[in-house]
Design a protein around this ligand. Structure first.
Ligand code: ATP
Ligand code: MG
Length: 647
């Protein structure tokens, strides 16, 4: 397939914060003189006590450690709120859109947000929460979720957000793992018109968590929920009694800010720990540069706060930069597939950041839903969470952005705190499907299985050569697991777990997880490429590819395919798709099995759980592993029931 290239539009090259020359110069400096570079970038944050040391990091066993700005002190809540009050206290900080378009939206100014945060912070203090204590947040996408995060940050409590929608078991496991004594939740959540019984889930979870002494319950739907005397408080009543002033705690740069359990696509979730100083600098800097953010612009990241993208790019990055951040409670296809673009029109959104899974779902419904809306305010689009198939990229670019909006395809991980490999809209020519170039301070490398560094255009294991400020600092309660997981596969490198290709222009293309690489007759193939070929077929909406045992080839290719809304899959289509992939990639990529699937098992953040698909393909149904983070567990039963009989 010929690769398309979209040069930087002339107006972007001229007016963007960072053009190509500046990118190259800044990246060089960030690598050659990290102390000077980061000392300067860190000035975007207000420090209480300025740091004198910048970088003190090693990935080697002898002196392993990651410390940034280690003798500085700051408070991130103050950086997101207090410092904006004088200049933009009346600017809208959070623009909230509810699940149903019939219900009123809310606009919360920086001044109002500051008061709400202080009240909740005072309530937490009154309930005995101290610096370093863990607070579990199990809230839907409502402004109070951001208030909860900022209130914790204000008093130095460590928040742990659990997706509202995770089961009581998954919630209990996460409360126990970090031993939190306080849970912030709501009576019910509302998503796509459906009610989620949050308080009921909490009650069930807490039968296994006797140490929890406080549950604060927000009235979202007003449902009648059980309240346990002494333990459960009604949010509105409880905060009303508190003062709207609360002095921000002076935190050390390396004090923990939050724990976030990874989404679990590959195994048991890990409690990823981020600290205060480096994360603040990283979230603010990447938000500004990646989105070319200017004060006054309306910015919307459609991720849930239960995901790291919601942490860095709905809340901390934008608020540290004084932005107006849109928060959306609902889903892309409720009440209909125009919803995203209607919200764009309603608020005049200029920057929109979403996930490939949502885009593919919308693409499947046809272009009319998009065409019905204006979208003229849009100037930049973003993608995150999975490789975006070139087909979906082109659709996003042409149909949603009408060819005028650059797309920033940002590769990163819960562990990295913020965008690591990404285009900058004024600096990077775009190649659909490629996350393109490293962010400042990021030194990617590709290694072979023996740890040998590969040069030039090649395929390999993606590693990072040196620390960056937003890097995770440990796995909560298990520092050894942190070191083992990320720094022992390739000694001296941070191992991402992802496979990647670098082309002759130095662009990086994520090919999927290393664990998912398929080896057919000695040829190694990433899943992303075969999936992209399938999705490029006019009748296919989504595809997931895994390896299966094969007597002759070692591994065979097993493809799960979801068709477009109006397509009725049959044997003829199955044969057509096999021929199509052979033609698009080559005979080596010929799928051995195609199973048509109405839905694929996904995490709540929309990622396909290939681990489970692999087990089904191997017919190893006894060991599906942890499925607690699945958005819809019934999908798995359907896949098992409809597994084709193999010869
Ligand atoms: P777990 O680590 O628990 O298995 P997870 O890796 O899905 O879960 P995240 O940290 O949310 O949890 O996801 C990071 C991963 O998502 C990356 O390692 C990569 O595989 C994928 N990813 C994210 N953004 C992109 C992107 N723009 N292009 C390609 N892949 C991406
Ligand atoms: Mg991961």
């Amino acid at each position: 397939m010929a690769e398309a290239i979209y040069p930087v539009p002339a107006d972007w090259a001229e007016t963007a914060l960072i053009d190509e020359a500046r990118y190259l110069d800044m990246h060089r400096r960030s690598v050659e003189e990290p102390d000077a570079f980061w000392a300067e970038e860190a000035q975007r944050i207000d420090w209480i006590k300025p740091f004198t040391k910048v970088k003190n990091t090693s990935f080697h066993e002898e002196d392993f450690g990651i410390r940034w700005f280690e003798d500085g002190t700051l408070n991130l809540s103050a950086n997101c709120l207090d410092r904006h009050l004088a200049e933009r206290g009346d600017t809208v900080a959070i623009l909230w859109e509810p699940d149903s378009p019939q219900d009123p939206s809310r606009a919360i100014t920086y001044r109002e947000l500051h008061a709400d945060v202080c009240r909740l912070a005072n309530l937490l203090l009154a309930r005995g929460v101290q610096r370093g204590d863990r607070v579990t947040i199990y809230l839907p996408m409502v402004p109070e979720a951001a208030v909860a995060m900022l209130a914790c940050a204000r008093i130095g409590a460590i928040h742990s957000i659990v997706f509202a929608g995770f089961s009581p078991d998954a919630l209990a496991g996460r409360i126990q793992d970090c031993d939190s004594r306080v849970v912030l939740t709501a009576d019910e959540g509302l998503r796509g018109g459906k009610r989620v019984p949050l308080k009921k889930n909490v009650d069930e979870a807490l039968t296994h968590c006797p140490a929890v002494a406080t549950v604060v319950v927000l009235a979202r739907t007003g449902a009648d929920v059980a309240m346990q005397d002494g333990r459960d408080l009604r949010w509105a009543e409880a905060v009303a009694a508190q003062s709207a002033e609360c002095a921000p705690a002076e935190m050390n740069a390396e004090d923990p800010l939050f724990i976030l359990y990874t989404s679990g696509s590959t195994g048991k979730p890990k409690g990823v720990l981020h600290t205060t100083g480096g994360y603040s600098v990283w979230a603010s800097m990447t938000h500004q540069y990646v989105f070319d953010y200017r004060p006054g612009q309306i910015y919307w990241c459609a991720a849930d706060i239960g995901w790291v993208t919601g942490h860095s790019y709905v809340v901390y990055g934008p608020l540290a930069n004084g932005a107006t951040t849109v928060m959306f409670e609902g889903v892309p296809n409720f009440p209909d597939p125009s919803r995203f673009w209607q919200v764009v029109d309603k608020f005049g959104v200029e920057i929109f950041y979403g996930a490939p899974t949502a885009l593919r779902a919308l693409m499947r419904e046809g272009d009319d839903w998009v065409h019905k809306t204006s979208r003229k305010s849009l100037r930049l689009l973003g993608s995150v969470g999975e490789p975006i198939n070139p087909e979906a990229w082109e659709w996003y670019h042409k149909v949603v952005g009408e060819g005028r909006c650059p797309i920033v395809d940002t590769w990163w991980q819960t562990e990295t705190g913020g965008a690591m490999i990404t285009p900058l809209p004024g600096a990077t020519a775009l190649k659909p499907g490629s996350a393109s170039k490293p962010m400042f301070g990021v030194q990617p490398a590709l290694l072979d299985n023996d740890g040998l560094v590969l040069d030039g255009a090649t395929d390999g294991c993606l590693v990072i050569g040196d620390s960056w400020p937003g890097q995770m600092r440990t796995v909560w309660g298990d520092h050894e697991r942190f070191f083992q997981t990320y720094f022992t596969t390739f000694k001296g490198w941070y191992f991402t777990g992802d496979g990647c290709r670098r082309d002759e222009d130095g662009y990086y293309w994520i090919t999927g997880r290393i664990d998912d690489v398929i080896n057919v007759s000695g040829h190694r193939m990433g899943t992303a490429e075969i999936e992209s070929a399938l999705v490029a077929h006019a009748k296919v909406a989504e595809a997931a590819v895994v390896g299966m045992p094969h007597a002759i080839k070692g591994q065979g290719i097993y493809a799960y395919v979801t068709c477009n809304a109006e397509v009725e899959p049959d044997e003829a289509l199955r044969r057509e798709l096999v021929a199509w992939v052979r033609h698009e990639i080559g005979p080596i990529a010929t799928p051995d099995v195609i199973q048509f699937a109405p839905g694929l098992p996904k995490t709540r953040s929309g990622k396909i759980m290939r681990r489970i698909l692999r087990k089904i393909a191997e017919n190893d149904l006894g060991s599906l592993g942890d499925t607690s983070t699945l958005a819809d567990p019934s999908v798995v039963d359907n896949l098992i029931a409809n597994r084709p009989v193999l010869a």
